[in-house]
Ligand binder design. Structure first.
Ligand code: PLP
Ligand code: COI
Length: 315
């Protein structure tokens, strides 16, 4: 199916960040955004590209009270020849549909999702940075807009896409980060929303993140919510370990986000002839491997943080 969305160009273009080595993550936003409304009985309608601007919401807007919201995170990269490429956008389109289903929200058709992103990135092409290690971070999100306080699924939604020229997610770039094994709070449980990208998962993760930071760690390593012994994720990233020549990573159990970067790492590593096991991994097993010298590498992976090596402190 073909889609073309009308564009209203900004009359007041912003000044783009000039020093691409200082972009950081998610701090500045491009000139335009994509908006599309959903109304029960009518479906998705009025897709459009408009100047980036604050949104006006009714104070009783359902998302503000019951967090019926899902989002995605993906990147557009500029190649050396100047051309711009999206990284596996259909993976994000499919994952957003899975998130929509769990949160009782209408799905955006995959082709419509990808086309909206392509057209927005084309309008804001100048915002895709050039330096190695930089990209245009793309944040599609959908939220409930009914002005109503009853606890039920909304009948209206807004789909929005914003873009942010970004560099490194961590202030120290690609340096290895220290992680804290969290044993009090849990991020998600099976049957919950852990496998979706819904805002509520991230709100629930903030306290552990703050506590870890106070103790001098950069990220939290989440354990499973039932037995508190199996490793699940690191902050907003999947996690992998190389132990005794093999790569191991937590299996997708329902409480873990199926990362696009995780999938890409598994495919790549297998293509290099290295075995990858997706299974339950206890923190204890990793401590033992660190002690007996078989733990060779540990890293987290995700769109924003890319590949983030884990430091040896604590192992
Ligand atoms: N796990 C969580 C909780 C995340 O928020 C993310 C980031 O999107 C990931 C894993 C990695 O997923 P992806 O590689 O698709 O960015
Ligand atoms: C991503 O890696 O795209 C994320 O969404 C992580 C985070 C900034 C929430």
């Amino acid at each position: 199916m073909e889609f073309t969305f009308p564009v209203t160009y900004t009359e007041t273009p912003k000044t783009r960040p000039t020093d691409e080595s200082k972009l950081g993550f998610g701090r500045s936003f491009s000139d335009h955004m994509f908006l599309m409304n959903y109304t029960e009985g009518k479906g998705w309608h009025d897709g459009r590209i408009v100047p980036y601007a604050p949104l006006e919401l009714d104070p009783s807007c359902m998302v503000l009270h019951y967090a019926q919201e899902v989002f995605e995170g993906m990147k557009a990269y500029r190649w050396e020849d100047g051309s711009i490429h999206l990284f596996r956008p259909y993976e994000n389109a499919k994952r957003m549909q899975n998130s929509n289903e769990r949160l009782c929200m209408p799905a955006v058709p995959e082709d419509m999702f990808v086309e909206a992103i392509k057209e927005l990135v084309a309008v804001d092409a100048e915002w895709v940075p050039h330096n190695p290690g930089t990209s245009l971070y793309i944040r599609p999100f959908i939220f409930a807009t009914d002005a109503h306080l009853g606890v039920h699924a909304s009948a209206t939604y807004l789909f929005c896409i914003i873009c942010s020229p970004s560099g490194s997610y961590y202030p120290n770039g690609m340096s290895p980060v220290d992680i804290y094994v969290e044993s009090r709070d849990v991020r998600a449980v099976r049957g919950g929303t852990g496998y979706t990208k819904c805002g509520g998962n991230y709100a629930a993760s903030l306290r552990a993140g703050q506590e870890a930071e106070k103790k001098g760690y950069v990220q939290v390593l989440w354990l499973d919510g039932v037995e508190r012994k199996y490793v699940e994720e690191v902050g907003a990233m999947n996690v992998m370990f190389k132990v005794g020549g093999k790569v191991i990573t937590p299996m997708l159990s329902g409480s873990i986000l199926p990362g696009v970067t995780r999938k890409s790492c598994i495919d790549l590593i297998r293509s290099w002839g290295i075995e990858v096991e997706e299974r339950l991994i206890t923190a204890e097993e990793l401590f033992e491997a660190a002690e007996n010298g078989t733990l060779e590498e540990a890293w987290a992976c995700g769109t924003a943080a890319v590949i983030s090596p884990i430091d040896s402190r604590g192992w």
